[in-house]
Design a protein. Sequence first.
Length: 158
Amino acid sequence: MEVDKTAIMPNYSVTITKIAGEVGHAQAPEKSEGITLDISRDSNPDLLNPAELLLAAFGGCLLKNISKLAPKMRLVISDARVQVTGVRQEDPPHMESISYQLVLSTEESEEKIERLVNYLHEYGTVYNTLLPLLSVSEKVMLERGNGRVEQMNVTAIK
């Protein structure tokens, strides 16, 4: 008997509604919070536009997986942040590349953090969705308790 994989696979759904002129609100079912976004013809300087939301989803994917994987790996990471930059091609419009800098505040060894970063690549839903479509490069920085910042030797992903 063949198992229907779609019956056991997680599904995601978001509804985006135009509100108050040229502002959108994205809401997922069963979630109490949503996101207000810029859907204007011009640019609303106070809201993220869809391209910026894509970059936020990419970075959020990395940070969510750090939150999930670090405890399983018994890693102590006191803080994590990621700066994501996208290069947009104009004609036809699309995101050509993404680069990110991941900064982890930790005293863990580079070997342990390298394993974590490899798992981030392996288990990131948004990350793995975008990876075949564009060039991704990364820089991983370690902030140590004594104020020292170390750059790990990580090569471009694709």
